[in-house]
Design a binder for this molecule. Sequence first.
Ligand code: UDP
Length: 238
Amino acid sequence: MSDYLYKRVLLKLSGEALMGNNGYGIDPSVTERLAIQVKRLHDDGVEVGVVVGGGNIFRGLAGAAGGMDRAQADYMGMLATVMNALALQDAFERVECPCRVMSAIQMNEVAEPYIRRRAMRHLEKGDVVIFAAGSGNPYFTTDTAAALRACEIGADCLIKATKVDGIYDKDPVKNEDAVKFDKITYHEVLVRGLQVMDSTAAALCQDNCMPIMVLNIEGENNIQRALAGESVGTIVFQ
Ligand code: UDP
């Protein structure tokens, strides 16, 4: 194994990260690029769990805003994450990265059920595990599911791969003078109301001392560089 800071990581990919420059859905060139990045980590001996969002297809809050029952809409959101998980599994397997999909909502024909001990076993054997269907509960997000799975599987850190290159004191798209943090505490994230993850996810990480790395997924080898200790993105710590 190369000299990485962490042996087991949980990678959170938003649904939007899969749609590339399109306004909706899944861009196969993006899933291929992601697969190549994950394969490199895998080949270097890092155990990788992945939680994928569903915002590129459906979000419960958007459904509820349109008048739907919130829980019903959230279940649709969770199903969207399953579609993304299957697309990722396909991409991973095409680059010969062994990979399992485990779903928090049982659908045995398409994915294994999520069983914590079995997930840990897959990771130990060297399979990448994609956790689908979020936490399996409405009123949560896949950020919270990522924090939960990271804690459950004993990950050394949670990597939140986004379209920005870290955490800023204000929105860098709207403010030219926004300043990026290299490191920041959970407390400051929560007090300043910084948009890293939703507050449930951030609090869960804080309570369980789970470091969060926020980095830009589009940068070449960013995950590998961050895990090797280079200053890529922002680290949130206790
Ligand atoms: N969701 C849920 N429970 C969970 C995880 C996700 O109900 O534990 C639903 C929720 O409706 C959410 C949707 O699935 O809007 C897609 O997840 P998310 O919005 O977190 O995806 P992302 O923003 O990461 O693409």
